[in-house]
Design a protein around this ligand. Structure first.
Ligand code: PLP
Length: 379
C-alpha cells in the first residue's frame, strides 16, 4: 500500500547527517531540530502557531483540552473515520455525536451536522478523510451560527488546499479554530516513528496548548492546569524537516497516480471514482484540493469483498477503510443512534476499497492494478 523505502533512499544523506548530529549533541528532546521544524511548518501552512506533539491522537485530545471542553459537552463528528477521532472525545468524557457522511466525498455531511445540534453541542470535528477537506464553507457557517468550535482532524490531508467558494485558498488544518495532524510513517508527511502537531491562529489558545503538552507547565515546575506529556522528539523533527520541502512534490506524485487510476476507471460501470466537493475529480492541473492519502473506489455491484480476496490472491495490496461504521463499534454504540440516520456509512462500509497509493508508484504497476480490478469487477 505504501513504499517508505523509496522516499528514504532519496533523503538518506540529509536524514542520516541530521540524526548523527542529534546523537553527537544529545539533544534528543526539545532540541533545536524541533523548534526549526515548527517554524518551517508554520511557514508552509501559513498558520501562526504549530505546536508539535507525540502523535495525531494526542493532537486531537490536546486541542479539545485547550478549548476547555467539559464532560457532557457534545462533539459532533463523522461516523466514517478512523476511531482516534471519537476515542479522544470519549476519553475526555465528552459526548460523541456521530453523524452520516456524504456519498461522493466520504466526508461529514453538513446537513447531518445541523440536524444533530442541541443546546449541549460545543464543537464539530470534521475529518478531512482520504486527503480532501470536508465542506468547510458550510461547516464554518454552521459553527458561526451556533457558536461552536471547529476542530479539524487533518491527519490525512496535510498539504491539501481548501478552495473557499469565493476562490480564496487556504491550507487544510488551518481553517477552523484549531487543527491537528499525524506524522505516522504512512501519512502523507510521515516521520520514522510517532509524531503529531496542532495548528492554530489564536495566540491565547496556542499558549494554553503549549502548556498542556508539557504537563500543564507555563513556568518550570508551576503546574497551572492538568496537562499531558506529549512531545515530538528531535530525530522525528529532523526527518520531517528533510521531508517538508518535498511535500508539494509528494502531493503531486500522488495526484498523478490518482489521475492515472481515475482515467482507467472513470468509464467503468460498477466502479465509482473519488470526486471532490465541487464535483471535480481532484486531479485537474491547478487544483490541489485532494492529496490522496488514500485512493478509494466504490464497487457498486456487490463484488467488493470478492475483489479484496482476488487482489490478495494476486498479491496486489488493497485495504478497506473502514469496514465498520463507528456507531456500530462496541466501544461507541449508543441507543441514541438510529440506523436510518446512517444510510451512507452503512453503504460505504460495503463498497469502499483503497488501492496502493504512494509517491513511488510506477505506470506499469498502475496498469497492472487497474486491469486486475476492471477484469474482476466487470468480468
Ligand atoms: C492516523 C489518524 C489519526 C491518529 O494519528 P496517530 O498519529 O496514529 O495517533 C487520527 N485521525 C485520523 C483520521 C487518522 O487517519
Amino acid at each position: 500500500m505504501v513504499d517508505l523505502q523509496g522516499q528514504y533512499q532519496s533523503l538518506k544523506e540529509q536524514v542520516n547527517t541530521s540524526i548523527t548530529q542529534i546523537l553527537e549533541s544529545s539533544t534528543y528532546i526539545n532540541g533545536p531540530h524541533v523548534h526549526a521544524f515548527q517554524k518551517e511548518l508554520e511557514m508552509y501552512l501559513g498558520v501562526k502557531h504549530v505546536i508539535p506533539c507525540a502523535n495525531g491522537t494526542d493532537a486531537l485530545q490536546i486541542a479539545m483540552m485547550g478549548l476547555g471542553l467539559k464532560p457532557g459537552d457534545e462533539v459532533i463528528t463523522a461516523d466514517f473515520t478512523f476511531a482516534a477521532t471519537v476515542e479522544v472525545i470519549g476519553l475526555l468524557q465528552l459526548t460523541p455525536v456521530l453523524v452520516d457522511v456524504d456519498l461522493d466525498t466520504f466526508n461529514i455531511d453538513p446537513a447531518a451536522i445541523e440536524k444533530a445540534i442541541t443546546p449541549k453541542t460545543k464543537a464539530i470535528v470534521p475529518v478531512h478523510l482520504f486527503g480532501q477537506c470536508a465542506n468547510m464553507d458550510v461547516i464554518l457557517e454552521i459553527a458561526k451560527k451556533h457558536n461552536l468550535f471547529v476542530i479539524e482532524d487533518n491527519a490525512q490531508a496535510i498539504g491539501a488546499d481548501y478552495k473557499f467558494k469565493d476562490g480564496r485558498k487556504q491550507k487544510a488544518g488551518t481553517l477552523g479554530h484549531v487543527g491537528s495532524t499525524s506524522f505516522f510513517p504512512s501519512k502523507n508527511l510521515g516521520c520514522y516513528g510517532d509524531g503529531g502537531a496542532i495548528f492554530t491562529n489564536d495566540d491565547e489558545l496556542a499558549h494554553t496548548l503549549r502548556g498542556i503538552v508539557n504537563h500543564g507547565m507555563y513556568e518550570r515546575y508551576h503546574h497551572d492546569v492538568v496537562g499531558v506529556n506529549s512531545r515530538l522528539d528531535s530525530i522525528q523533527a529532523a526527518v520531517l524537516s528533510a521531508k517538508l520541502p518535498k511535500l508539494d512534490a509528494y502531493c503531486d506524485s500522488r495526484r498523478t497516480a490518482a489521475k492515472k487510476y481515475s482515467q482507467a476507471f472513470k468509464e467503468q460501470e460498477n466502479i465509482v471514482i473519488p470526486i471532490t466537493v465541487d464535483g471535480c475529480d481532484g486531479i485537474c492541473e491547478e487544483c490541489n484540493c485532494h492529496v490522496f492519502h488514500q485512493y478509494t473506489l466504490r464497487i457498486t455491484n456487490g463484488k467488493r469483498d470478492a475483489l479484496v480476496k482476488h487482489l490478495n490472491e494476486k498479491e496486489i495490496p488493497c485495504g478497506v477503510y473502514y469496514p465498520i461504521p463507528l456507531h456500530k463499534q462496541k466501544a461507541y454504540v449508543d441507543e441514541r443512534y438510529l440506523e436510518e440516520n446512517f444510510p451512507v456509512t452503512n453503504q460505504l462500509v460495503e463498497e469502499v476499497i483503497s488501492l496502493p497509493m504512494h509517491t513511488e508508484l510506477e505506470d506499469e504497476q498502475i496498469a497492472y492494478i487497474t486491469k486486475a480490478v476492471i477484469d474482476f469487477v466487470n468480468g
